[in-house]
Design a protein around this ligand. Structure first.
Ligand SMILES: Nc1nc2c(ncn2[C@@H]2O[C@H](COP(=O)(O)OP(=O)(O)O)[C@@H](O)[C@H]2O)c(=O)[nH]1
Ligand SMILES: [Mg+2]
Length: 311
């Protein structure tokens, strides 16, 4: 354990891989490791890239890597795709595509297909980011499918959020609804080689004009990821946003995430204490009685928590 922490802080890729696996297992080991490394984290720039499946996020990330390497020394990439756990598809494709960067020791790439418990996705991703930060990565890209609330939580921990839209998907409107729009710092209109591009761009600008309460207008960058077009522009916008001007907002976001995480850790701890204190059959008994409406879950929870507190 001590060995892993030490190697991790030196940036050893094998130690990073091992640490992220621990985090995915959500066990005691991970907790002990995170305790050791946490104070060494928090110094990287985290860029979240979200959008519906097939919008071209992985292709964009793949194209961004060599350009980012010109400025940032060390890069970490986490691709979170809970929608396709090991089913081949997306993650396998990402792996193969990004393989060409894997000979570069300063670029660490990891796909995560974890779903975990409620809210577990954001927590696990947050912890994977902590690992990469402690390992000395200067910039961390987090690719995630922006479909559900859980995924929105994931990108909320990023310093800069890039939302990828694409024409002709039919679900650009769906993204508008999902709450992803509100957290976007940059919009990418990818697949700009499509004849539908202008229509979707007008639609997007109309939505933006209609109501987002941001003081500044949100940049819209057109890209053709497969051709590497527009990638320089996107990176330019990202760098503009991570400049000192926006430090306050980034700090506020990070503090919000820390607050959320602390709450989550406490909740989990208390639950674990309760779980250790109660036999399975007793738990099932409560479930049965709640099901029959003989008792309510609020009273049961109060009672169980009081018991572990010795009250
Ligand atoms: N025509 C076109 N296809 C693209 C573009 N970007 C990505 N694609 C294709 O769209 C598909 C999905 O891309 P991928 O990066 O895996 O999307 P992700 O699910 O958002 O990560 C792949 O077949 C890509 O080759 C683009 O700019 N133009
Ligand atoms: Mg992908």
């Amino acid at each position: 354990m001590v060995g892993i922490a030490k190697e991790l802080l030196k940036g050893n890729p094998r130690a990073i891989a091992k640490a992220i696996s621990m985090v995915e297992d959500e066990g005691r080991q991970a907790r002990e490791l995170l305790k050791k490394i946490f104070t060494h984290s928090g110094r990287s720039v985290v860029v979240g890239i979200t959008g519906s499946p097939g919008s071209g996020k992985s292709t964009l990330v793949d194209q961004m890597i060599p350009l980012l390497r010109k400025r940032e020394k060390k890069i970490g990439i986490v691709a979170v795709d809970p929608s396709s756990p090991f089913s081949g598809g997306a993650i396998l494709g990402d792996r193969i595509r990004m393989m060409r960067h894997s000979i570069d020791p300063e670029v660490f790439i990891r796909s995560m297909a974890t779903r975990g418990h409620l809210g577990g996705l954001a927590k696990t991703t947050g912890e994977a980011i902590t690992v990469l930060e402690a390992a000395g990565k200067d910039l961390i890209l987090v690719e995630t499918v922006g479909v559900g609330q859980d995924e929105v939580e994931v990108v909320k921990l990023a310093d800069v959020v890039v939302v990828v839209l694409f024409p002709g998907s039919g679900d650009d409107i769906q993204i508008f609804k999902a709450g992803v729009m509100e957290i976007a710092d940059i919009f990418v209109l990818n697949k700009a080689d499509s004849p539908e591009t202008e229509r979707v761009e007008r639609q997007l600008k109309a939505v933006l004009d209609m109501g987002l309460k941001k003081e500044e207008s949100i940049p819209v960058v057109k890209t053709v990821a497969t051709e590497g077009e527009g990638i320089e522009g996107l990176i330019g916008e990202i760098h503009r946003l991570i400049s000192s001007k926006n430090r306050k907002q980034q700090e506020a976001r990070r503090k919000r995430f820390i607050s959320w995480m602390l709450k989550d850790i406490i909740t989990e701890r208390i639950y674990q204490e309760v779980a250790q204190n109660i036999r399975n059959s007793e738990w099932e008994g409560y479930v049965e009685r709640i099901f029959k409406r003989e008792i309510d879950p609020y009273t049961v929870a109060e009672k169980l928590v009081k018991e572990v507190r010795g009250g």
